[in-house]
Write a protein that binds this ligand. Structure first.
Ligand code: GDP
Ligand code: MG
Length: 326
């Protein structure tokens, strides 16, 4: 049977309600910020399902990923983006391009910063400049407040962000500043309410059972990549890409057989990814398989292969072949 090539939908999305409500808002919102501040964690928290992979390593997210929120107030189409950071390599330039391009396509933005150490820096200035130029309203989320014991220590930080918003936007700065914890869910409802306030009234853009624009195939490849980021050390995760090359639905068994290839840049890296006696690839496979089965809501079998694509992170042609096309 063919791969289900439709975008990933959630069974209980309809239960959360996506009917057009009188006065309800509808709009698109880019989630922006430097790497590792918790953008993907926040997207997953708001949408209620793991669409974007999350690891402690910066620059985990590589592509724009849409996640749809439906609530009483309307519908918000969030766009998770790779972090904005200094970019030299072709892959990194692609990632920053994904983030900055998202600004043009949305109605509003959500700037996420690390509330524990996040003084305004170059990344935020670049983003705010882009937003101001495009005339997009922005809400600021100060994330990771669960790590702050003494909340009064955040006041000077709040003040410096408030000032930056005023100075940069000229016309009143941030629409709102909300301290949140994406991992615990603290204040996330208030944040969503503030975002709704920035959006125009309108009909939902996505059907009630659409959760993301990404296919199950893409999400499965990402879950393999997440395990590589969690398990590989130093620079090696950044040299890996994952492509799903086979997808077989077995109607008689109600399961799916997925074949994926992990690409690395050099032969020596291949050895590390395979591991001693195949131990690394086995661990990556079994953990990813559990995550994929949870996501799909049906049993999954995962066959992994490791291949070398020399210098793929620096070659535009290879990037495109591995799925990194704007
Ligand atoms: P992104 O690069 O901005 O998408 O950040 P991620 O969502 O991948 O998160 C980066 C790291 O920060 C992960 O280890 C998350 O578990 C962690 N993180 C995200 N949100 C929070 C939070 O609210 N509190 C704490 N303590 N950690 C968080
Ligand atoms: Mg991310």
């Amino acid at each position: 049977m063919e791969e289900r090539d439709h975008a990933h939908a959630s069974a209980d999305a309809a239960a959360r309600g996506a009917e057009a409500v009188a006065g309800a808002v509808a709009g698109t919102v880019a989630i922006l910020g430097r790497p590792n501040v918790g953008k993907s964690t926040l997207l997953n928290r708001i949408v209620g399902e793991k669409l974007a992979i999350v690891t402690p390593k910066p620059q985990t997210t590589r592509n724009r990923i849409v996640g749809v929120w439906n609530g009483a107030g309307g519908q918000i189409v969030f766009v998770d983006t790779p972090g904005v950071h200094g970019a030299r390599k072709q892959l990194n330039r692609f990632m920053v391009g994904e983030a900055m391009a998202a600004i043009q396509d949305v109605d509003a933005a959500l700037l996420v910063v690390d509330g524990t150490d996040g003084r305004p820096g170059d990344a935020e200035r670049t983003i705010l400049d882009g937003l101001r130029e495009a005339k997009k309203p922005v809400v600021l989320a100060m994330n990771k407040v669960d790590k702050v014991k003494d909340k009064s220590a955040m006041l000077p930080l709040l003040a410096s962000w408030n000032q930056l918003g005023d100075a940069d936007a000229g016309d009143g700065g941030f629409a709102a500043i909300v301290p949140i914890s994406a991992t615990r869910g603290t204040n996330v409802d208030q944040l969503v309410a503030e975002i709704c306030r920035m959006l125009p009234a309108g009909e939902p853009l996505y059907g009630p059972d659409m959760l993301t624009d990404r296919t199950e195939r893409f999400l499965a490849a990402e879950l393999v990549r997440e395990q590589l980021f969690l398990r590989l050390k130093q620079e090696l995760p950044y040299a890996t890409a994952v492509v799903v090359e086979g997808w077989q639905e077995r109607a008689d068994r109600g399961d799916v057989v997925i074949e994926a290839t992990i690409f690395v840049e050099r032969d020596s890296q291949r050895g590390i990814v395979v591991g001693k006696g195949g131990s690394m690839i086995r661990d990556v496979g079994s953990s990813a398989r559990v995550e994929i089965a949870t996501l799909l809501g049906r049993p999954a079998h995962l066959k992994l292969d490791v291949k070398v694509a020399p210098d793929w992170t620096t070659s535009p042609g290879a990037l495109a072949r591995l799925g990194y096309t704007p």
